[in-house]
Ligand binder design. Structure first.
Ligand code: FAD
Length: 373
């Protein structure tokens, strides 16, 4: 008899979960094959890796959005169903999910197995899916117009996205005053040696890099500007403030006993949600993982396949624990002409960062990365 497997969230991790079940697990299950229902707030997946480039080239947005229905069109209805809805509750005792449809009515779905892949959101709504993809498109266009109108722009957050954002703005609009508050001793503090070269490149582009100062709050002034309160006690008034500090887990629908202090889902090394049977998590929503597409693609994909094979096909299939690589891999563009990067601890020269990512932010490769090329 068919079993029902529900996947919550339809971006990178939801795609990995659905394709793993449909392509790798179901062919081995015969009559017991899963019917997969994917529930997501947006009808489209979003290649948000390219979001910093969309800030200055918003017309590329169409190349970053992918219809979920189309991506799974090859699977018959007996195997796959997509539902647009925002999940509001998961009852792990009755194995039932409540979700709100776009017309605001509430519906429910039952599951035998569940994959939670609802990711995490950013304060800057153009950098992640926060609702429908139309809301993301609007956010990208609104931010682009605000950038064009601004003479002074402050960016809060010195991680890869903050550095990429500063690089895009300063190289595209050299006359605008761009300030980056890293809130750390240097940009890219967690990427080891990359911080120094990154800061140098930003300064060469005209970015004012301010280290060891955080943006504590931002409030609108009567004349449409933004006042920033800074951790050194000072204030700054800018035309536009772009926050790029951290992410928040999309897990409000789940009982807090399954979450860590920051709201991320606690799993074991095999991506099984601790304390629940046949409930798994994938992607950014998991506690303590790298929160990158690289980790999802190079590590979690193999782990979840092994776990599902072990639990649903045969326990003779070996479990693979999630590897947590000691060496970092990252490519951080700073303008179209290059950037800084590291692969398994080895530094990448700027020209390789240019060809790997900076020239087009990998947007032409997006269909392949979603497995729909
Ligand atoms: C600007 C930016 C640039 C990045 N660049 C890189 C990069 O170069 N390389 C890299 O490896 N990583 C990069 N990342 C990280 C990468 O974006 C994440 O690792 C990736 O998005 C995680 O995918 P996900 O599917 O787990 O979650 P998400 O992308 O957050 O997707 C979550 C999905 O769940 C849906 N959802 C959320 N809540 C609900 C709900 N209640 N009900 C129903 N559906 C819901 C959302 O609509 C969405 O479809 C970047 C991140 C940002 C912000």
């Amino acid at each position: 008899m068919t079993q029902e497997l529900v996947i919550l969230g339809g971006n990178f991790a939801g795609f990995v979960g659905a394709k793993t079940v449909l392509d790798k697990i179901n062919p081995k299950l015969g009559q017991r094959a899963f019917h997969v229902t994917l529930i997501s707030a947006s009808t489209h997946a979003y290649f948000n890796v390219g979001a910093p480039r969309l800030l200055v080239e918003p017309d590329k947005i169409d190349s970053t959005l992918f219809s979920i229905e189309k991506a799974f069109a090859k699977y018959p209805k007996s195997q796959f169903t997509f539902i647009q809805g925002t999940v509001t509750n998961v009852d792990t005792t009755s194995q039932s999910i409540s979700y709100q449809k776009p017309n605001q009515t509430v519906a429910t779905a039952s599951y035998d197995s569940l994959i939670i892949a609802t990711g995490a959101r950013t304060e800057n709504v153009s950098y992640k899916l926060v609702g429908s993809h139309e809301e993301t498109v609007d956010a990208v266009k609104t931010l682009n117009n605000a950038v064009k109108a601004a003479k002074t722009i402050a960016i809060g957050g010195g991680g890869p996205t903050g550095v990429e954002t500063a690089g895009e703005l300063s190289s595209t609009y050299p006359s605008k005053k761009v300030t980056l508050y890293t809130g750390a001793s240097r940009p890219l503090e967690h990427l080891g040696k990359l911080g120094g070269p990154a800061e140098k490149k930003l300064v060469n582009l005209g970015v004012k890099v301010i280290n060891n100062v955080k943006v504590l709050s931002a409030s609108a002034t009567a004349d449409g500007k933004t006042t920033l309160k800074l951790s050194d006690g000072s204030e700054s008034v800018v035309d536009l403030y772009i926050p790029v500090v951290g992410v928040r887990a999309n897990t409000e629908f789940l009982d807090s006993s399954f979450l860590d202090k920051s709201g991320f889902v606690v799993t074991d090394d095999n991506l099984r949600v601790k304390g629940l049977k046949h409930v798994y998590a994938l992607g950014d929503v998991i506690s303590g993982t790298a929160k990158t597409v690289i980790d999802l693609d190079k590590a979690q994909k193999q782990v979840i396949e092994a776990t599902l094979l072990n639990e649903h096909v045969s326990s003779s299939n070996k479990l693979i624990p999630h590897p947590h690589p000691k060496e970092i891999t990252a490519a951080v563009p700073i303008s179209k002409n290059g950037g800084v990067g590291v692969v398994n601890g080895w530094g990448l020269p700027s020209f390789l960062v240019k060809f790997a990512k900076a020239k087009d932010y990998m947007i032409p490769k997006a269909p392949g990365l979603f497995g729909i090329a």
